[in-house]
Design a protein around this ligand. Structure first.
Ligand SMILES: Cc1cc2nc3c(=O)[nH]c(=O)nc-3n(C[C@H](O)[C@H](O)[C@H](O)COP(=O)(O)O)c2cc1C
Length: 170
């Protein structure tokens, strides 16, 4: 697969096989996240890997659009640390998340990003995962072998790109 095929082939997966995810694959995925670009290289991120079925069940019950965390064999929670970078504590983890999802797809695993930060249930999830007050729980990501195939389209490039000045077509 070339890089564009990997990028275009990734889909949000919400149905998973029960098959466990190999530890080596999880560590490769985390390594991909670790190497995302980071403002001043402060790396204001932290990742919690959750395999425990009870915790995943609770996460799925708390998140209004993430019930399938109960079925995905792994969930990764992504945290942002404003003490490490007060301006880019969200931006940098978002880049790490994209790396993580693309690496997972390349390893034939599915993921789905579930936004958490700023929701009414962020505090409850933080308590469940023992996250210190000073950190933000940006999202949870389900991870596992896919049990569905999905298709999606995107807006045409001509709709989202200007050349030289806003609104100017090629
Ligand atoms: C910031 C963000 C928050 C998201 N939150 C959820 C969510 O709570 N539940 C969910 O099922 N999908 C969630 N998604 C996945 C989007 O629905 C999905 O990326 C979009 O429909 C495009 O589909 P694709 O990822 O298969 O291309 C989220 C994606 C992003 C980027």
């Amino acid at each position: 697969m070339n890089l564009l095929d990997i990028i275009k082939g990734r889909r949000s997966i919400r149905k998973y096989q029960s098959r466990e995810v190999e530890q080596e694959k999880i560590e490769k995925i985390l390594e991909a996240a670790q190497w995302a670009p980071s403002a001043s290289n402060r790396q204001p991120w932290h990742f919690i890997v959750i395999r425990d079925p009870e915790t995943r069940k609770k996460l799925g019950a708390i998140h209004s659009h993430g019930r399938f965390m109960k079925e995905s064999p792994v969930v990764i929670a992504v945290l942002g640390d404003p003490e490490a970078h007060e301006k880019y504590f969200l931006c940098d983890p978002h880049q790490a998340i994209q790396n993580l999802m693309l690496m997972a797809h390349w390893l034939e695993l599915g993921t789905c990003w579930m936004g958490v930060r700023g929701t009414s249930f962020e505090p409850k999830m933080k308590t469940l995962l023992g996250v210190p007050d000073s950190l933000h729980l940006i999202c949870t990501i389900s991870l596992g072998y896919p049990n569905e195939e999905r298709t999606k389209t995107r807006k045409a490039l001509s709709e989202i790109v200007s050349w030289e000045r806003y609104g100017q077509r090629k």
